[in-house]
Design a protein around this ligand. Structure first.
Ligand code: SF4
Length: 244
């Protein structure tokens, strides 16, 4: 049974972006996150009061962009962590389906699998799932959380055949070695729902937000990952032929 959540707490919007999903996308960023990743570039989405929208108000905002979406485009919802507001998300996906608009759900997998979370995952046309580290120890150390809900999320998508794109941010000095790529690959191997596995380069563009918010930036001084190194690690990952 989905509990009702009359309004969503929204951080911001990005109209007609080409990242995070196929085609032209309308991006919606939700407030709230259970993790505190050391490399987060959106600490401004962690908490607080953004703009409030009902399902209908938010749908109205999106539907006017429908002519631009074409065959492959649609909405990408992200955060923060969108599944913190899973009851709203499930209702929102259902509403957009009526207008033939698909939703790609971008999640850290950090929220336990409640019935609302399951409904939100099932309602998405695809799930972008961050696999931040390979075990609990590193999730605890670098994200302040656990790998368990992430694996539960992946297993649920496998069971319900929801297509998943895995993403991992590679940070110099933390997980930028082939031996760590081996560990990620071992987790992902065998999942039929995984359609893509993309590595992303750590960058420093979010550093100014930490200063503005007056919070400690644990990676201050860490350089961005070089493109060449990212390409090498992606090629190494691809050589493992995880995607069938
Ligand atoms: S899950 Fe995403 S939004 Fe939350 S702290 Fe980590 S990087 Fe930031």
């Amino acid at each position: 049974m989905i509990k009702s959540q009359p309004t969503a707490n929204i951080h911001s919007f990005e109209s007609l972006a080409t990242l995070d999903g196929k085609g032209i996308r309308y991006g919606i960023f939700f407030v709230g996150c259970p993790f505190r990743c050391v490399y987060c570039h959106n600490p401004d989405t962690w908490s607080g009061e953004g703009q409030r929208y009902t399902v209908e108000e938010l749908a109205k905002k999106v539907v006017r962009y429908k002519p631009y979406f074409g065959k492959d485009g649609g909405v990408t919802i992200s955060g923060g962590e969108v599944l913190v507001q899973s009851a709203f998300v499930a209702a929102f996906e259902k509403r957009l389906k009526k207008d033939g608009i698909g939703v790609v759900l971008d999640t850290s997998g950090g929220v336990p699998l409640t019935e609302d979370v399951k409904a939100a995952l099932r309602g998405a046309e695809a799930v972008i799932l961050d696999l931040k580290f390979w075990d609990d120890e590193n999730y605890k150390r670098y994200c302040g959380g656990s790998i368990s809900p992430v694996l539960d999320t992946l297993n649920y998508c496998e069971e319900k055949r929801v297509p998943v794109w895995i993403r991992t941010v590679i940070v110099p000095g933390i997980n930028d070695k082939e031996e760590y790529i081996d560990k990620y690959a071992e987790i992902v191997r065998g999942y039929k729902c995984v359609k893509r596995y993309q590595l992303l380069a750590f960058h420093t563009m979010g550093f100014s937000k930490y200063e503005k918010l007056g919070i400690n930036n644990p990676l201050k001084g860490t350089p961005a990952l070089e493109r060449k190194r990212l390409d090498e690690l992606q090629a190494y990952l691809d050589s493992k032929e995880l995607i069938k």
